[in-house]
Design a protein around this ligand. Sequence first.
Ligand code: HEM
Ligand SMILES: *[C@@H]1O[C@H](CO)[C@@H](O)[C@H](O)[C@H]1NC(C)=O
Ligand SMILES: *[C@@H]1O[C@H](CO)[C@@H](O)[C@H](O)[C@H]1NC(C)=O
Ligand SMILES: *[C@@H]1O[C@H](CO)[C@@H](O)[C@H](O)[C@H]1NC(C)=O
Ligand SMILES: *[C@@H]1O[C@H](CO)[C@@H](O)[C@H](O)[C@H]1NC(C)=O
Ligand SMILES: *[C@@H]1O[C@H](CO)[C@@H](O)[C@H](O)[C@H]1NC(C)=O
Ligand SMILES: CC(=O)N[C@H]1CO[C@H](CO)[C@@H](O)[C@@H]1O
Length: 323
Amino acid sequence: MSIKFLLICSLLGLLSVAQADLKFGFYVKTCPKAENIVFQYVREHIPHAPSLAAALLRMHFHDCFVRGCDASVLLNSTSKIPAEKTSPPNLSLRGFDFIDKIKSLIEEECPGVVSCADIISLVARDSVLVIGGPFWNVPTGRRDGLISNATEALNNIPAPTFNFTALTKSFASKGLDVTDLFLLSGAHTIGVSHCSSFSNRLYNFTGKGDQDPALDPFYAANLKKNKCKVPNDNTTIVEMDPGSFKTFDLGYYKLLLKRRGLFQSDAALTTDVVTKSSIIKLVSSPLEVFFKEFAMSMEKMGRIEVLTGSSGEIRKNCAVVNS
Ligand code: HEM
Ligand SMILES: *[C@@H]1O[C@H](CO)[C@@H](O)[C@H](O)[C@H]1NC(C)=O
Ligand SMILES: *[C@@H]1O[C@H](CO)[C@@H](O)[C@H](O)[C@H]1NC(C)=O
Ligand SMILES: *[C@@H]1O[C@H](CO)[C@@H](O)[C@H](O)[C@H]1NC(C)=O
Ligand SMILES: *[C@@H]1O[C@H](CO)[C@@H](O)[C@H](O)[C@H]1NC(C)=O
Ligand SMILES: *[C@@H]1O[C@H](CO)[C@@H](O)[C@H](O)[C@H]1NC(C)=O
Ligand SMILES: CC(=O)N[C@H]1CO[C@H](CO)[C@@H](O)[C@@H]1O
């Protein structure tokens, strides 16, 4: 191999890395008002519907874990293929109209410029911010994907029954480490779950009609008496951080230490000694420490397998690919 060849290869390498980069203020010249349109809309509407903040944060997660942050989560099914939206992990995904509304406001301002993928990222950040949560950086320049496949959602979104090993593997496959895992799980400090997402822990943990011994038995009894009264109830919802499920705080981690995390995937974070001690440390630190660390992991999540440059497209309507 000649030196020249190697040089060209490394230049090409640099070029493709540069091309794959998101940047801050990507729309400064092409649509200077875009980020502000998102923020103003969120600031005006989320305070009237604060539970949507959780749904929109979760939407960003589900988008990024399937084909990268490419707004594939927003696409409708086609005659050829059922979309991610229709896959079981989508239960309770909400806020599609909210994104569509912002997209249409931005399209009025500058048609065909701002991607749905960037809108999801910005909306998730701004929604958490206006409910008093952390701020994180959202570099922009993501482009929208062309494919949404329900089976891929099922295969890529970690299940609430996952143990620590399975969670670690799932996150590693997206370039996220164990620190990102326990910090991003902190998103469960806001929002709700359907009983069916953890019903097995209350009613049939090993197929013998038993409970998960890792769940506080008093808490389990309370949930069965007052909330999840029958197995697999998929209509009743439960606050994940009861009493402060609209507040971005350390409540989730405090519950984990009391064995009151709702999912096995939550409880799993305390089965690893290193992660457990990180949680103990986080809980006894000022809230700002959690905010700062969560912010770093969110920025990282927002970069998963993004489409940039001339890959993908800028969708006109977030629910369908351009024709
Ligand atoms: C670590 C693996 C994770 C698992 C297994 C998991 C699982 C779940 C499940 C089962 C629900 C309840 C769905 C329902 O029954 O309605 C839920 C809700 C939620 N998840 Fe996660 N999740 C994980 C990580 C994350 C991450 C990384 C984020 C965001 C950064 C996130 C944000 C949320 C939010 C905000 C809700 C509440 C949604 C609402 O109130 O509508 N989760 N999660
Ligand atoms: C996408 O699906 C939703 C729900 O079925 C429907 O209301 C909406 O009109 C569809 N959007 C497009 C552009 O087909
Ligand atoms: C959807 O994804 C699954 C799993 O990767 C794959 O087997 C299947 O062929 C895909 N469906 C279509 C229509 O591409
Ligand atoms: C974690 O789950 C995987 C997949 O279900 C299983 O193979 C493995 O044995 C489990 N690990 C532990 C430590 O329980
Ligand atoms: C518990 O699980 C076992 C094995 O999967 C099943 O046979 C049984 O019907 C389940 N019981 C309930 C109450 O769901
Ligand atoms: C909820 O449960 C009912 C009864 O088991 C079932 O028919 C329905 O399909 C479930 N809905 C969802 C969204 O899973
Ligand atoms: C929003 C959405 O499309 N929800 C779908 C989620 O998946 C179930 C089936 O698992 C559908 O019934 C919902 O319509």
